[in-house]
Design a protein around this ligand. Structure first.
Ligand code: NAP
Length: 481
């Protein structure tokens, strides 16, 4: 075990009732770059999950009644602590997730921003006051904390997905039970300790790490003390959880999978498009729900685009993210890497031409970037979320066909457009069925903007002015004045 690599303030227990407890069983956390065990964390069972709900429920009324300004200041403290210790957070992300150092610093910074943004939002929840059209009463609306919020996060952004839920939930006056992904629990536990140090009262933040996400979550969602679910993860698990929340008519916010198209239209600046594509595709090694998954390139630009993209990929240093010189780290696990290898084999059977770029370490969950040429729209690579450094290129000669292909998916999280000018980009962008459209940009995520998808990419929005409302109920008071 290589525990000494972890920042000294990294907890490994369950956070329940404001205390860390070791739990009854342990769960190993593996560094995908070395395949060594980094640490063992508590492996919660159903009883632990329900204890976390009890703790959150006990803390709810006092927290909801806490002055918004006081809640805001705790979140601001969390932002300050996290920012001061950003390298500790990045180190944990790199070690358990495998991503490159710069990606981890980027994620940790983005994650801390949610504490700052929602500290500002905590004091700005506005209600309404107006006469009814019939003049018989006054319509007063306010927004009240939903109650205990259950939060489930994936492994690809272990810090940012946790803070994107914890910060608005706490700002709204909800108390929380967070279940991070089994492969990346350490970062979430570290975030829990940041909140504890920032002054979050006992029971407002509870964290259960577990190897049994199904039974633990089912018991928590069936518990009448839980008011809302916020989930980020795959579409199939999201659907399964929606079926469970339907049993109790629970509100739920779902941030699910993506299949982002990246359009390079006739007349686009190829250098700019390649620079954007590098970020949209290679950030996090492609393991992002926002990752460009399929490239539609006008035939007049295809050769220049693929040639320059390939040259950029060839210049990337691949290796353990803990070495800050590396641009591309490991996938989160050997299983995840093998899933990508399987998709590449399928792509070849579908008629695609594989073009691997560069060398990667033999030991560890590494995979070389692959361009895939001659890809047909409709083949597996254009249908399935790849979650790795794979670049399928489809060429087109007609803009309307490109838009049709881009929209031809059950997903609708994000789309990218590079056009001749901003006007074309905006015109085409408005025809894309996605919750987010990046025009001449490779990255959009911002704590101040509404993040979320259309179609099977999700329900609800996180961040921006919308995020806090996922954790608030609207109440209407009718009064004869
Ligand atoms: P996943 O398999 O759906 O897992 C997500 C979370 O759900 C993990 O904490 C997982 O726990 C838990 N889980 C698994 N089975 C469960 C069950 N039966 N009941 C309750 N919880 C369960 O997704 P992933 O592979 O970690 O993450 C990748 C996916 O997340 C991709 O599809 C990606 O697009 C999506 N994602 C979406 C967004 C967005 O904002 N739209 C952001 C990031 C990622 P375990 O770890 O223990 O399995």
């Amino acid at each position: 075990m290589t525990t000494s690599l972890l920042p000294p303030s990294t907890p490994t227990g369950l956070l329940i009732g404001g205390e860390w407890s070791p739990g009854r069983a342990r769960l190993p956390v593996v560094d995908p770059a070395t395949l060594e065990t980094l640490a063992e964390v508590a492996d919660a069972d159903v009883g632990d999950g329900l204890d976390a709900v009890s703790s959150a429920r006990d803390a709810f009324e006092p927290w909801a009644a806490t002055r918004p300004r006081a809640r805001a200041e705790i979140l601001r403290n969390a932002f300050e602590i996290m920012t001061a210790e950003i390298e500790d957070c990045a180190r944990l992300i790199v070690l358990e997730n495998g991503k490159a150092w710069n990606d981890a610093i980027g994620e940790a910074t983005y994650a801390a921003e949610f504490f700052r943004w929602f500290s500002e939002e905590a004091v700005r929840v506005a209600g309404g006051f107006r006469e009814s059209p019939g003049g018989d009463k006054t319509i007063i609306t306010d927004h009240v904390a939903a109650g205990v919020a259950y939060l489930i996060t994936p492994w690809n952004f272990p810090a940012a997905m946790a803070t994107r839920k914890l910060a608005p939930a706490l700002a709204a006056g909800c108390t929380t039970v967070l279940k991070p992904a089994e492969q990346t629990p350490l970062t979430a536990l570290w975030v829990g300790e940041v909140l504890r140090r920032a002054g979050a009262p006992a029971g407002t933040v509870n964290i259960v790490t577990t190897s049994q996400p199904g039974p633990v979550s089912e018991a928590i969602l069936a518990d009448r003390r839980v008011a809302t679910l916020s989930f980020t993860g795959s579409t199939p698990i999201g659907k399964l959880l929606l079926a469970q929340t339907a049993q109790r008519v629970l509100t739920s916010s779902m941030e699910l999978g993506g299949n982002a198209p990246f359009l390079v239209l006739e007349g686009a600046d190829v250098d700019e498009a390649v620079a954007g594509a590098m970020v949209a595709k290679m950030r996090n090694g492609g393991a992002a729900c926002t990752a460009a998954n399929r490239f539609y390139v006008h035939e007049s630009l295809a050769e220049a685009f693929t040639g320059r993209f390939r040259a950029e990929l060839a210049a990337m240093a691949v290796g353990p993210g803990i070495d800050r010189a590396n641009d591309l780290g490991a996938m989160v696990s050997l299983d995840e890497r093998d899933k990508i290898v399987g998709l590449l084999e399928q792509a070849e059977q579908d008629g695609g031409r594989l073009d691997p770029v560069g060398e990667v370490p033999e030991h560890g969950a590494f995979i070389a970037p692959h361009m895939v040429h001659d890809v047909a729209h409709g083949s597996t690579l254009t249908r399935q979320e790849v979650f790795g450094p794979v670049i399928p290129v489809v060429t087109f000669d007609d803009q309307d066909t490109a838009i049709e292909m881009a929209n031809d998916t059950e997903y609708g999280l994000i789309s990218y457009v590079y056009g001749r000018d901003k006007g074309v980009g905006i015109q085409v962008g408005r025809r894309l069925r996605a919750g987010m459209v990046a025009i001449d940009r490779g990255v959009l995520s911002d704590a101040a903007a509404p993040f979320g998808g259309m179609k099977e990419s999700g329900l609800g929005r996180e961040g921006g002015f919308h995020g806090i409302h996922e954790f608030l109920e609207t109440r209407y008071l009718g009064v004869t004045w």
